[in-house]
Design a protein around this ligand. Structure first.
Ligand code: MSP
Length: 477
């Protein structure tokens, strides 16, 4: 264990999610992962700040509200509530949920823009390019496949307009250096390579930071005919969520973020525009930017037209909160694309949760009824997590960390089959007691490791060890 030298809380962020539609499984994936990490850190005694929220401005949302026949404010309010209620159902314990329409966010964004403008880092210009409304980003021709945005399957719209631009070339070398030296660690490694090759390829173009024809946004303080580009607005949430007022001399103690979890489609903005803003402001850049892959369904990108969408509400209904958390986090390597199908998830739920863990706990408790008074509770001591488990979590290898728990579940179930305590109790009570003591300790320790991932189940196991009875943890489907 490395010793903590400062009392800086561990700060972890999720992206803030667009409110153009209801929350989906992809949003849940990052948020559950962040929650598991946050809970693990708290369990280790660290103070944690865990932020999430909603990204509510921009053209895409303005358009969507219109399509729905709703006034934009009403529309975004409704969807923001949907996110909050999903996080409740998934048992997400964030520290703060930020909405970019919150006045406490808008004021510092305007302050930053004014400051950068006053220092000539933002200047008036003109921008011509291909804009993908889905991404809310200008696209270069080499980012397109057959003229279409690979993430949205549509051709971006040609756009030409007066805009304010932020200088990028001045920070380019410094940014490359920080990423190379891991001062700004881009992980997993392949994304570090990808971003470095992008940054080294050519001179960075200055970034358009305002939109003239978008009304639904934060007005530029020095030109009310423009609103702030939605990404600049959104990225600053990582500071404003901490209560930052926009004063460079007064940076919240949680900053820099220890880890920012993002999906692969938003790596580039997070590794270029975001550090550029910070560097221009003279604020430290984030420590780690960890990129995860996408959830695919049956090997394909999920889409309504393909009819292969796995709805998070469906998952919750079938598998419950902990079942859903487990299936998301054990689906594959965090950092790679992971493929899900409902059939496989049902199988895994039955095998790992109902039969594996659930069965183990109920068997051990049932057998422990035969122990003499006082022996069972006496062994229910607190256990720590293994070093291997801690290490895997510190490397964000959630599925591997879970696998170490399930190896123990398997071993314990096998141990019961081999030692046959139900026979021992009749033939050798001393060995029976030692056998059961080991098993009770095993599940006590499993309960501790499970806490970050399956908080309710962990709590139920701990209670069961106290009372000696347990309802089935997971019902077979
Ligand atoms: N609002 C921006 C982020 C601003 S952060 C300053 C945004 N929002 S989003 O709602 O479109 O996407 C948020 C996150 O969801 C991204 O990290 C994206 O990678 C992730 N996912 C979207 N679909 C996904 C899957 N199918 N699987 C996993 N994550 C996916 O981008």
């Amino acid at each position: 264990m490395t010793e903590k030298i400062s009392n800086k809380p561990f700060y972890i962020t999720t992206p803030i999610y667009y409110v153009n539609g209801r929350p989906h499984i992809g949003h849940a994936y990052t948020t559950v992962a962040s929650d598991c990490l946050a809970r693990f850190k708290r369990l280790q005694g660290e103070e944690v700040f865990f932020s999430t929220g909603t990204d509510e401005h921009g053209m895409k949302i303005e358009k969507k509200a219109k399509e729905e026949g709703k006034d934009t404010e009403t529309f975004v309010n409704e969807i923001a509530v949907e996110f909050q209620s999903l996080w409740k159902k998934l048992n997400i314990e964030y520290t703060k949920f930020i909405r970019t329409t919150d006045p406490a966010h808008k004021a510092p964004v305007q302050k930053v823009l004014q400051d950068l403008y006053d220092r000539g880092i933002i200047y008036k210009g003109f921008y011509e390019g291909l804009y993908c409304v889905g991404c809310e980003q200008f696209k270069t021709p080499d980012e397109l496949i057959e003229g279409k945005c690979p993430d949205h399957g549509r051709a971006p719209e040609p756009m030409k307009e007066d805009t304010y631009l932020m200088k990028m070339t001045v920070i380019q070398d410094e940014l490359i250096g920080r990423i190379e030296r891991d001062e700004l660690r881009v992980a997993p490694e392949k994304y570090k390579t990808e971003i470095l090759s992008f940054l080294k390829k050519e001179t960075l173009q200055d970034v358009s930071i305002s939109r003239k024809n978008v009304r639904w946004g934060i007005p530029l303080p020095f030109d009310g005919t423009h609103t702030a580009y939605v990404w600049v607005d959104a990225l600053l949430n990582y500071l404003t969520v901490l209560g930052w007022k926009g004063e460079k001399e007064d940076i919240p103690k949680e900053w820099p973020a220890d880890v920012q979890f993002i999906g692969k489609d938003i790596l580039r903005v997070h590794a270029t525009i975001w550090p550029a803003i910070l560097m221009h402001l003279g604020i430290p850049t984030q420590k780690t930017l960890f990129t995860h892959g996408h959830i695919l369904s049956g090997g394909k990108k999920m889409s309504k037209t393909m009819g292969n969408v796995i709805a998070i509400d469906d998952m919750l209904e079938r598998f419950g909160t902990d079942g859903t958390r487990y299936l998301l986090m054990s689906a594959g390597t965090f950092g790679e694309d992971v493929d899900l199908t409902m059939e496989r998830m049902i199988e895994k739920y039955n095998a790992d949760l109902a039969n594996g863990l659930g069965n183990l706990v109920s068997r051990v408790l049932k057998l422990s009824e035969k122990l003499e008074q006082g022996q069972r509770s006496a062994e229910n001591s607190r256990q720590g997590v293994s070093e291997e488990f801690s290490k895997l979590i510190s490397e964000y290898r959630f599925a591997d960390a879970l696998q170490t728990i399930w190896n123990k579940v398997g071993e314990a179930n096998k141990y019961i089959d081999e030692t046959k305590p139900w026979e021992l109790v009749k033939t050798d009570t001393e060995i029976f007691t030692t056998t059961m003591t080991k098993l009770l300790l095993d599940i006590a320790s499993l309960a501790v490791s499970l806490r970050p991932f399956l908080p309710e189940t962990s709590e139920k196991i701990a209670k069961a060890l106290e009372t000696g009875t347990v309802e089935p943890l997971f019902q077979r489907i």
